[in-house]
Design a protein around this ligand. Sequence first.
Ligand code: ATP
Ligand code: MG
Length: 442
Amino acid sequence: MFVIPEQVRTVLQRLERGGFSAFCVGGCVRDGLLGRTAQDWDVTASALPEETMALFGEQAFPTGLRHGTVTVRGGGMSIEVTTFRTDGPYRDGRHPDSVSFTRSLEEDLARRDFTVNAMALDLQGKLTDPFHGQLDLAARLLRCVGDPDRRFGEDALRILRSLRFAAVLGFSLEKETEESLRRSRSLLHHIAAERVREELTRLLCAPGAAEVLRSFPEVIGEVIPELMPMVGFDQKNCHHCHDVWEHTLWALQAATPEPLIRWTLLLHDIGKPEAFTIDPEGNGHFYGHPMVSRRIAEIILRRLRFDSAGRETVLTLVEWHDRNIPRTDRGVRKVLCRLGEQRLRQLLAVKRADNLGQAPEYQGRQDEIDCLEQILDKLLTEQTCFSLHQLAVNGNDLITLGLQGPEIGRTLEELLDLVVDEQIFNERKALLAHVAASKTAR
Ligand code: ATP
Ligand code: MG
């Protein structure tokens, strides 16, 4: 049996000494039994929320009283203590109409989504597992607690949770659960965009993301129908041994598991089917596809309510993913000037993954990306000038030379372009002389 952290043990002990029964439950028990580090520790207890509040005094915060949840803070940890509860009927396909508290652990476990998430562990290490979650853990299976049609009908988010757990844990779906999930997929329309986005993000960043997307495109397509034209779309092009969707999956799985990078890879070629043309030799081309992808991606990201910073990052990376960056100081400095260091590093990560998703004989382009990264590192160590605040002159210098108003900003931009383009050195004297000369010329 695994080790329950000290802070969690303390919470369980206090509840037990207060005369209640208390257990670790859900994801932490599942992850502990799998030998994985748990994300968070949840406790389920017979104590009513007000009883938990009274027991923990100043350490207790009423974070979800309607659902019976009190957060206990201490020792640098936040532990959610939730009263045993049963959920009332679900009429909207996402929330129970009401919840009722109960003194029965078994009733509480029965409302939970999957058998592997419906196990409870007490302080003495005794496991309560009425739905045989341990057997499913050993078989690496996700199985709904109870009738899957009913469970997905109650809360359609469970459809995406099951795919997310499959991708994170490398589990399969038990047959009836899988069949029901496919049948129930249209219920996903009831789920709030933010919740869909959060689940999909976790799915996309998981080690088994490609495998799950490959097996369930029509389920993901229920929330992002724009993906569907990629599935099976033959590229008729020697650079690609995969159809557009397969290429997308390989590229996505090859990418660093950062949310915005993975979203970029999912969407980078979404415009290809629309941009497709075929030449007289029978070769497929996708001229201008990054801008088409950008347009479609924007619709999706807005619908899923990405914040504007995240949306802009993904859209820029989608737009730039196929642009050639010359492997010279000048070439890299120009892109650095347009995108900044962080975006450029993200772009190189995207290009790396995109290339790994191509036919093996074209994967040699990895060296080119290594080379671009080396140039970038060198430019940054040399403190090369790529932004206005690094320019050796500023607005005041230009005012001294007699420039006014919008002319100042425009001239600074021009100077930066010239410096970045290696047409002039970033030296005060040279820059001022250039400004003076162009002023006289006018
Ligand atoms: P992780 O924390 O790694 O995402 P988890 O299983 O702990 O996994 P949480 O979302 O933290 O997932 O939820 C804690 C527990 O609450 C779950 O293990 C499950 O028992 C229950 N649960 C969460 N969401 C649902 C749901 N939509 N339907 C039924 N039970 C749920
Ligand atoms: Mg959890």
